[in-house]
Design a protein around this ligand. Structure first.
Ligand SMILES: Nc1nc2c(ncn2[C@@H]2O[C@H](COP(=O)(O)OP(=O)(O)OP(=O)(O)O)[C@@H](O)[C@H]2O)c(=O)[nH]1
Ligand SMILES: [Mg+2]
Length: 322
């Protein structure tokens, strides 16, 4: 199961304590206490693996190691090693304590999330002409500690939306190297699939139904994944008795979830065109077009290469504009 929302705790390492020590060689008395090492910090880095948050399914805490304490003979403590956590590109990191958010938008992008504490100074640091045998030292400082909510919002160029069973995943399979499950029943797709068409990332999300924005079906969990896609491909099956109604059901859900979704550039497709006679298809499209105020409507079937070519042309155009 895709984990796209999770709460975790991160704790950077504490700095080591400074040492109080003196030279043991008789003729050269003097302080030799080294400083404590810095605590390890915690970084996040972006990776393309959408499933990367599953590392937190059972492990809800990340602790970076503390810095070591300073020692005598001028030995500073070793710093704790930094920890780098891989999260999927598109992860928003909500810092629940600081009320801030950061996001990871590219693979390889590194963000410091919790800084390790500084090590304390040892007594060697406090020596002076007036105080040749200081006993002062500093404790290490605690590392930063935060509760984080990690939320994944996919960053795709195009989001495939529509009612269940309209052929979204089938088309993704035709166009890209993705291999989503396809079957003749609703809700085959249980989590988003990404495919790559040349430069474009296509996201096939689970079917939406009336009420999705209020939590029905699988929809709401996934609607957030199209918030950050630039363009929507809206699919309506030719099998439907009322194509315009299917269209408006989905538009209504988008609106109720977030009105901005309606402002995205949208292409409307009628799928499974092979299932009806040509005249019938033309009639259905004409009617739909009338209801959609003359919007362009593209009919296709995954069994008809010419119609797939039309979709590829649209994608090529979008890729060029990108
Ligand atoms: N005849 C015909 N059948 C198709 C076409 N495209 C898809 N199908 C069939 O329609 C059914 C549903 O296809 P999916 O691709 O799983 O549909 P979906 O929209 O991803 O469905 P959900 O994941 O449930 O939302 C499958 O049985 C496909 O084989 C097409 O162009 N023509
Ligand atoms: Mg599907």
């Amino acid at each position: 199961m895709l984990i796209d929302e999770i709460t975790i705790k991160v704790r950077a390492g504490r700095g080591g304590r400074g040492a109080v020590a003196f030279n043991k060689i008789k003729l050269s008395l003097g302080p030799t206490g080294g400083s404590g090492g810095q605590g390890g910090s915690i970084y996040f880095t972006g990776v393309s693996d959408l499933g990367a948050l599953k590392q937190f399914r059972f492990k809800k805490e990340v602790n970076a190691p503390d810095g070591e304490n300073g020692r005598g003979q001028f030995l500073d403590g070793k710093s704790g090693e930094d920890i780098v956590i891989q999260v999927p590109v598109g992860t928003i990191i909500h810092n629940l304590n600081a009320g801030e958010e950061k996001e990871i938008l590219k693979t390889g992008e590194n963000i410091l999330i919790a800084k390790g504490g500084k090590g304390g100074k040892g007594n060697f640091f406090f020596r002076s002409s007036r105080n040749t045998s200081p006993t002062q030292f500093q404790e290490g400082i605690a590392g930063e500690e935060f509760d984080l909510r990690l939320e994944l919002k996919l960053i795709a160029d195009i989001g495939f939306i529509g009612l269940p069973n309209v052929g979204k995943s089938s088309l993704l399979k035709e166009l890209t190297n993705a291999n989503p499950k396809v079957a003749n029943y609703p809700f085959t797709t249980l989590e988003p699939n990404l495919g790559v068409y040349f430069d474009l990332i296509l996201a096939d999300i689970p079917g939406l139904i009336k009420g999705a924005s209020a939590g029905k079906g699988l929809g709401i969990r996934f609607l957030r994944h199209i918030e950050r896609t630039k363009i929507l491909f809206h699919f309506i099956s030719v099998e439907s008795k009322d194509l315009a109604k299917d269209y408006s059901v989905i538009r209504q859900e988008l609106k109720e979830y977030n009105e901005d979704l309606l402002k995205k550039q949208e292409y409307v497709f009628v799928s499974k065109a092979d299932l009806v006679e040509k005249d019938d298809l033309e009639e259905k499209i004409k009617e739909l077009k009338k209801k959609l105020k003359n919007k362009e409507i593209i009919a296709f079937s995954i069994f008809d290469d010419d119609s797939l070519k039309k979709i590829k042309n649209i994608l090529d155009r979008i890729a060029q504009e990108k």
